[in-house]
Design a binder for this molecule. Structure first.
Ligand code: NI
Length: 399
């Protein structure tokens, strides 16, 4: 049975996958505003039959495929939102929505999950248990759509969950697997240094927010270089520093913004305190005051060992050992982590990097594009996972 499904993907489904992906690419929508996108997904799912399709939140979609006999419940998740970026690819199916672009591959993720739903809905009777297809809104913006989906009940009873990210730093067609911590927590902070403004020629009568701010920026570098175990993964980055507007005026205030990435939840808890301690010490020493705001982003993506082992085995069986790469964690954030707090899960990458096809631009770059030939691989992984977990041994052995 599995062979025939793979033939079906290669012969017929690829056209659908590319057609869907290009429609989505042309019609990108920002986080929490995925109105047309979710309607398109909803309408497309209804054409497959055998699915219970619902709208957990105004701009998301879920489909349930309930098999013939009871069994486990597995879930697959795709994110569906785009980014506030002006596309510069000049592809014939470029974004028709100015300033908005699918620059992270979520159009591909959505197409792959639609393809999976199409294939599996046609073999409903051979499934024991239930498959849930989660088309999640707002992955690109904290707090992220995943927590809303969970609140709406999409994870109730789910035994395990899987997600794919198409990944341009990885060579096209490779499957990137990571055990344990895989993606980081994207936390952020803002600092205001309150000094006392005055004449540039009379610095002793001011409290210079610029020089104090500069010391804060420099000293924050010590958190990673001197205050953290070198075998831990941490980034503290200052992304914004502003203050003053005249060449002869010392400004009373300076604004600093930054980003903190960690992968170890225990270490993450300490970061806000470490940063504030430095700000407090430096501002106090120079007679200034400060305001400090620290915002937590997504939790780290942490892959379950046994669920990931099954994913790796499936990938090796389908694509061969040479296609599998054990990848190092990356500190980009992903709200797939929210589902993993409810049920064990595996998030993995499918490489799309291909210089000849210009699909090796970084994610969130205005020239970003995916290698569409990989879309079938995502469907194969999800279909094979369903076969392995929810179909009887016999069917799976036909692979
Ligand atoms: Ni993404």
């Amino acid at each position: 049975m599995f062979n025939s499904i793979m033939d079906e993907i290669n012969n017929n489904l690829m056209n659908d996958l590319i057609k869907w992906r290009r429609y989505l690419h042309q019609n990108p929508e920002l986080s929490y505003m995925e109105v047309k996108t979710s309607q398109f997904i909803y309408d497309t799912l209804l054409t497959f039959g055998n699915l219970e399709v619902s709208r957990p939140t105004p701009t998301s979609v879920m489909a349930k495929l309930i098999g013939r006999h009871p069994g486990k419940i597995i879930a697959f998740r795709a994110d569906i939102d785009a980014l506030p970026i002006q596309e510069t690819t000049e592809l014939e199916y470029s974004s028709q929505n100015p300033g908005v672009m699918h620059a992270c591959g979520h159009d591909g993720h959505t197409a792959m999950l639609l393809g999976t739903a199409k294939i599996l809905s046609s073999v409903k009777d051979q499934i024991n248990g239930e498959v849930r297809f989660i088309f999640q809104h707002a992955e690109e913006m904290t707090p992220g759509g995943a927590i809303e989906m969970i609140e709406a009940g999409v994870m109730e009873g789910v035994d395990c969950i899987y997600g794919i990210h198409l990944w341009s730093p990885l060579e096209t067609g490779k499957i990137g697997i990571c055990y344990g911590p895989m993606m980081g927590s994207p936390d952020s902070f803002s600092i205001t240094i309150n000094g006392k403004g005055g004449h540039a020629a009379l610095p002793h009568e001011t409290i210079d927010s610029i020089t104090i701010g500069a010391q804060v920026v420099n000293n924050l570098q010590h958190i990673v270089s001197r205050g953290t175990d070198p075998f831990e993964n941490v980034v503290v980055t200052i992304t914004h520093f502003s203050g003053g507007s005249k060449w002869h005026v010392i400004p009373g205030n300076a604004e600093i913004n930054g980003n903190v990435r960690t992968i170890n939840p225990k270490l993450r808890e300490t970061m806000s305190g470490k940063i504030e301690k430095i700000i407090k010490g430096i501002t106090e020493a120079h007679g200034a005051t400060y305001e400090f705001k620290y915002s937590l982003g997504f939790d780290p993506v942490i892959n379950d060992e046994s669920v990931t082992k099954v994913t790796e085995e499936i990938a090796r069986e389908i694509f061969g050992d040479e296609s599998i790469t054990r990848i190092k964690p990356v500190l980009a954030g992903e709200d797939f982590s929210a589902y993993q707090k409810v049920a064990p899960g595996c998030f993995f990458f499918i490489g799309i990097g291909n210089e000849e096809k210009a699909t090796n631009y970084p994610h969130h770059h205005p020239n970003f594009n995916i290698d569409e030939d990989t879309l079938g691989k995502g469907v194969e992984m999800f279909v094979a996972t369903t076969m392995k977990l929810l179909c009887n041994e016999k069917s799976y052995n036909l692979i």
